[in-house]
Design a protein around this ligand. Sequence first.
Ligand SMILES: O=C(O)C1=C[C@@H](OP(=O)(O)O)[C@@H](O)[C@H](O)C1
Ligand SMILES: C=C(OP(=O)(O)O)C(=O)O
Length: 422
Amino acid sequence: MKCKVEKSKISGQIVCPANKSYTHRAIFLASLAGNNSKVENILHSADTIATIEACKKFGAEMEIEDSSIIVKNPIKFDKIVPEINTENSGTTIRIASGIASLFSEEITLTGDSSLQKRPMQPLLDALSSIGAQCTSTDGKPPIKIKGKISGGDVKIPGNFSSQFISALLISAPLTEKGINLTIEGNLVSKPYLDATIATMRKFGVTVQTLIPYKRYNIPPQIYKEATFTIPIDFSSLALLLSATVLNGDEITVKGNIGNLPQGDEVFIDILEQLGVTIVINDEEIKIKSPEKLTGGKFDLSNSPDLLPPLAILALKSSAPIEIVNVKHARLKETDRIAIISRELVKIGIKIEEKDDGLILEDSENLKGAELNSENDHRLFMSFCIAGMYVGDCTVTDPESVNVSFPNFIEEMNRLGAKIQVN
Ligand SMILES: O=C(O)C1=C[C@@H](OP(=O)(O)O)[C@@H](O)[C@H](O)C1
Ligand SMILES: C=C(OP(=O)(O)O)C(=O)O
């Protein structure tokens, strides 16, 4: 499918979607704790449904009511588990692989054609070093894991994905020996590790930080029942803020901001640095669109999902936007550095592609074009927002929004956007 995007102006009020990363974590941990553990204000999206389905296949029994989930009975480690298909969700397959390694019988995990290109080998090597037998072709899904891991000393490289480390941390308390974890090299996406540890603590387990982002010790323990409320998603918020900066007058975003760690919060600082005024209250964020942005250099090592919403702001910047240290954005649903570089030139942005980022500059020659989002939700939404600024654009794969922001198109159109799905 494709959609037609015309020049648009948006204004009004919008509710920010609930956080995808915390929805995954809280559902997995509630499924390990059982005992009527409750997760409130969950994001209902294709990725989080993949996590719910994985937990059910692991034997968890849950009730879903509107935006809450109650886990009646936890994951059963003696169950024979049929193949788990985690569809498009990297977070689900990585955390589910850690949990699969706690079972004694072999479990197969796979995903869609995009997920089948995403790396798993560092996690499989780490699990193998503590007793799992793991097989795959080329280190990518489908993978087979036969546990069960015993725990002990584990080493893992930090430069591909923090999700491997989150997976090991979440499984660690349930091993016989616990895990002494060493992260080799520089860790990418650090705040997602903080998010994992914060969620684990809410479910009653201890994680000892020996050296932050380097060495952790997790003794053997059990997860305890808890009620966990999901805050707003700063990655989705970044898209709404970016849409307002390019195409808005004034927008108010509503939602439970909370105080849990979220790396993509940094988008507020980035926008302020670019010259945007933002006012944040308890449950509300107000933003006014500026005349022009200043440009600047931004390190997205800790917040790779901001690459698409930041890149499109070059359309309104009087100086270039340089994005550095985000090579791991090449390992997402698509190679986001390559696809942004390939597609945004079509609407007239001047782009230099680097190994670890992009330099983007506005030009006099902005024009409508067909933009191929390659079925990547964050690219689709960012290309739509860029299309609303340039006009006369077609963007492919509108259904990809189901992954993280299912009502994106309806909500944008309600605020005044002209996005028509064909
Ligand atoms: O753990 C998580 O919830 C996520 C971690 C990040 O991935 P990497 O750690 O692979 O960079 C992020 O890009 C992804 O959208 C969600
Ligand atoms: C990369 C993403 O998620 P995941 O790794 O869970 O597929 C994302 O939502 O942009």
